[in-house]
Design a protein around this ligand. Structure first.
Ligand SMILES: [Zn+2]
Length: 190
């Protein structure tokens, strides 16, 4: 089972995404990514700048940077998800109830609607249980336990809260797309 992902994405979920070529080119220039991994599309071994651009908190004793010989995926690697034609919502079992942008109330029962929300994250209607404001799921405040957007840099095998993107990486992504980027940790069931 994977430890989870650090997902880095444009702060505006509707923002026009960069092309895969432009984004992968930047990640390669920064040394975040290295050689492509053969088994999956747009997935890469970590590059020489990986530990400069992703800061691991604590001692991270399990950090494995090379693919294990048994072929498993329990090692740090980076994938690009998207770009997609419309925003995606990525949640995991660590995801906490999102909050209403109007009154800050949590959507305590959100998991009952999660499948519908993930199918249509920018057109489904999430009605606030407290103030009844109607919002699209992508517009809710997911804080740092779910990711929304049209493109994601997926740093895999990161436990929630364990690793964060560095300032230079976030700044270069911002310059690439003309808007700020943010991040979340999502621990999907393995
Ligand atoms: Zn509300």
């Amino acid at each position: 089972m994977s430890a989870g992902s650090l997902l880095i994405h444009p702060a505006d979920p509707a923002a026009s995404p960069p092309s895969l070529t432009a984004l992968a080119g930047l990640l390669d220039e920064l040394g975040l990514i290295g050689e492509p991994l053969p088994a999956q599309p747009a997935a890469y071994r970590v590059g020489p700048g990986f530990l400069r651009h992703v800061t691991f908190l604590g001692c991270s004793p399990h950090l494995v940077l090379d693919p294990p010989e048994d072929g498993g995926d329990a090692f740090s690697h980076v994938a690009v998800l998207g770009p997609y034609a419309s925003p995606h919502l990525i949640v995991g079992h660590n995801t906490q109830a999102p909050r209403c942008r109007t009154c800050r109330a949590p959507f305590a029962d959100w998991r009952a609607e999660a499948l519908a929300w993930m199918s249509h994250p920018d057109s489904a209607v999430a009605t606030c249980p407290a103030c009844e404001a109607r919002q699209a799921p992508v517009a809710l405040d997911w804080r740092e336990t779910a990711a929304v957007g049209r493109v994601f840099v997926d740093v895999r095998n990161v436990f929630p809260g364990e690793g964060v993107p560095g300032d230079e990486l976030l700044d270069r992504l911002k310059r690439l797309t003309g808007g700020p980027w943010r991040y979340a940790w999502v621990h999907r069931r393995g």
